[in-house]
Ligand binder design. Sequence first.
Ligand code: FES
Length: 173
Amino acid sequence: MSENKKSKKKSRRSFIHQASGAMGVVAVAAAGWPLVDQMNPSKDVEALATIEVDISGLSEGQSKTVLWRGKPLFIKHRSQNEIDEAKSVNIEELPHPENDDERVKNPKYLVLIGVCTHLGCVPASDKGDFKGWFCPCHGSHYDTSGRIRKGPAPTNLEIPPYTFKDNNTILIG
Ligand code: FES
């Protein structure tokens, strides 16, 4: 066989290799798509990811618990005393220093994820040495801004993403 014929045969073989390799990648991607698609949240799950909470009936000093993405959320309508107390703290003395202003959009309403940052128990409202929340599991005390003040919890109660849709409705998620 001449050198020319040999080299033509070789390049045809390498083309077939490349083409079948590319087809393989496409086939694997196509087979994988239904699995990836299944992993995307369905419409009803997406809807639950955002909830509207009516706060019109929540009078000063009261709090409300709602469920969001399987977790309890606390919405507290704070009194002026509770707001003043939260603002008067020297944050340098806190285990997790955060100003009250950074934790609220409207100082009257505090919105928190009601899960203790120690090991995940649900703290009780209006309890503890700092009149905020108390986690009875191992004794964590949170203040009226939901900041950890005493006990084993390492960080403040988390704030979920939220906006005020209007004066009486909070959109969470
Ligand atoms: S889980 Fe709350 S203090 Fe341990």
